[in-house]
Design a protein around this ligand. Structure first.
Ligand SMILES: CC(C)(COP(=O)(O)OP(=O)(O)OC[C@H]1O[C@@H](n2cnc3c(N)ncnc32)[C@H](O)[C@@H]1OP(=O)(O)O)[C@@H](O)C(=O)NCCC(=O)NCCS
Length: 219
């Protein structure tokens, strides 16, 4: 099961909203997702995976006793996605995490330096601690800086949200202020900020995969 991180599109907004409703008490109308994606198309990302929704028994055509070495023909059956599950964008493709980002749209801020804002981030429970949130954040921060010239980015996080606070500290955000009773239930928010420098943000710098060993290539 591979996971892809790609730019969010308008087709993803319902599945993003679904993930948000599952994971966070701060929810938004679909038009707010649309506003982000249409206004700053480079700033929001999704993590997606493909479910193998083809029943195993249907994967191969019946073995009619032909040569053993013969590769069985794969039967691609037209299987419906689980009805009403809004995690799915397309047949089998579902969203397991997202980051929703934007640029400062305060009309009074026209003459100020450009800065970005992380509106929302979440990863579905079974896909956590795999590095997805960190990757989604790094992609968004890089794009905000490269495409929109953001010099800094800020976000709000609940004081009690240990997982998110650790994530943002790992990304080198610092707390710039505490906003009292920021959330509807009265909880305080840490307002966190990160100065952006393009050369420090290049996503390939953070890939932890095995390096290619070209000396082993056969010529
Ligand atoms: C916060 C959240 C997005 C993290 O997603 P994730 O994909 O599991 O995070 P990652 O795997 O990328 O973790 C990166 C780092 O964040 C920190 N972290 C993540 N989850 C953590 C946890 N449960 N406890 C402590 N630290 C945690 C760790 O430093 C981690 O690095 P490590 O795994 O090398 O120790 C996820 O827990 C979530 O969706 N929570 C509910 C929604 C939410 O709180 N969103 C943030 C709103 S501000």
């Amino acid at each position: 099961m591979g996971i892809t991180i790609r730019r969010a599109t308008i087709h993803d907004i319902q599945a993003m909203q679904n993930a948000n409703l599952h994971n966070l008490p701060e929810n938004y109308q679909l038009k707010y997702y649309m506003y982000h994606i249409l206004s700053w198309p480079q700033a929001s990302y999704v993590a997606t995976t493909y479910d193998d929704i083809t029943p195993e028994a249907d994967l191969y055509a019946e073995d009619d006793g032909k040569a053993e070495a013969e590769v069985p023909e794969i039967v691609t059956k037209d299987v419906e996605d689980p009805k009403g599950d809004t995690s799915y964008i397309d047949k089998g493709e579902k969203i397991v995490g997202y980051v929703l980002g934007k640029m400062d749209d305060d009309p009074d801020a026209q003459n100020r330096k450009a800065h970005g804002h992380i509106t929302s981030l979440s990863v579905m429970r079974t896909y956590r601690r795999m590095g997805l949130a960190e990757k989604l954040m790094r992609q968004s921060l890089y794009a905000m800086c490269e495409c929109y010239g953001a010099e800094s980015v800020m976000l709000h996080v609940r004081k009690s949200n240990r997982a998110a606070l650790n994530l943002y500290l790992a990304l080198e955000f610092t707390t710039s202020s505490v906003e009292h009773s920021y959330y509807q239930d009265g909880e305080d928010a840490n307002c966190m900020k990160l100065e952006l420098k393009l050369e420090d943000l290049v996503p390939s710098k953070f890939q932890k995969g095995v390096e290619d060993d070209f000396s082993q290539d056969l010529i």
